[in-house]
Design a protein around this ligand. Sequence first.
Ligand code: CP
Length: 322
Amino acid sequence: MTPTASSVLGKDLLGLEHLSAEQINVILDTAGPLKEISERAIKKVPTLRGATVVNLFFEASTRTRISFEFAEKRLSADTVNVASSGSSISKGETLVDTARNLEAMRIDMVVIRHHASGAAKFLAERIESNVINAGDGTHEHPTQGLLDLLTLRDKLGDLRGKRICICGDVLHSRVARSNIWGLTKLGAEVAVCGPRSLLPNAIGEMGVQVFDRIEQAIEWADALNVLRLQLERMQAGYIPSLREYNRVFGVTSERLDRAPRDILILHPGPMNRGVEIDSDVADGPHSVILDQVTNGVAVRMAVLYLLAGNKPTLATAARGDA
Ligand code: CP
């Protein structure tokens, strides 16, 4: 398979900021029918047979890494997983040298998670293979944004005019950025809610409302996307304590009981139970958190399928005889 820049998405998927609503809808429309493949006894179609995908994960991941690997295997691609520990990156080899050495072994696509914002773009500009951003620093996490959009669209229908509030640690969140870009392009009304210390100064420039109280967000929204408090990215001083954060901003069943309408609860994971979200909410009737995980495989299959240059002819994708 030759890497392609002629797909409906271009060569790479680096973020949702520069995708059009039409491109986002093509991905979601392609992912919908692909979900069925994961329900089959034999969860495999030959669509990407002969293609080689390298998963470069330089940061911890459960959902994204495993669902990319499932997506690749379900499309019959050959996959290789590379982590920084155990590879020559731990001896000081640069990201580009690692990728160029992999390309010398004739790969087709690279999926990259990296702690540095911009790492995926940096790589995409220097190698011929298709590059998919699986989360770069605090910049974007486009496939998470897409699976959140698919989950919301499955539950709420057309997202135009729907009210989605992103709650918590927006400052450190690449998921928040991808959600804001994707939701606004699809016509949703978007808000954020959290302590001012955890909201970017320029958040208003992204066209979102700001709520200072979680009760206001619950009263307003059709869905809350509750973010993990990213303790590993924080220096001291953002919040007084985890207990205080839960008391003021925690999504609890007592607060949801006062919602004026049905409200969906999303969380990209991993969750800090008892901090940003209580367990009875995470496991309760409002939660679509495991639907997000299921949709993650289909969205990643769609992105791989489209970046490989396949046409968004849905029946063909699901049949696997593209
Ligand atoms: N949502 C998400 O990116 O989870 P992981 O860090 O487990 O991949």
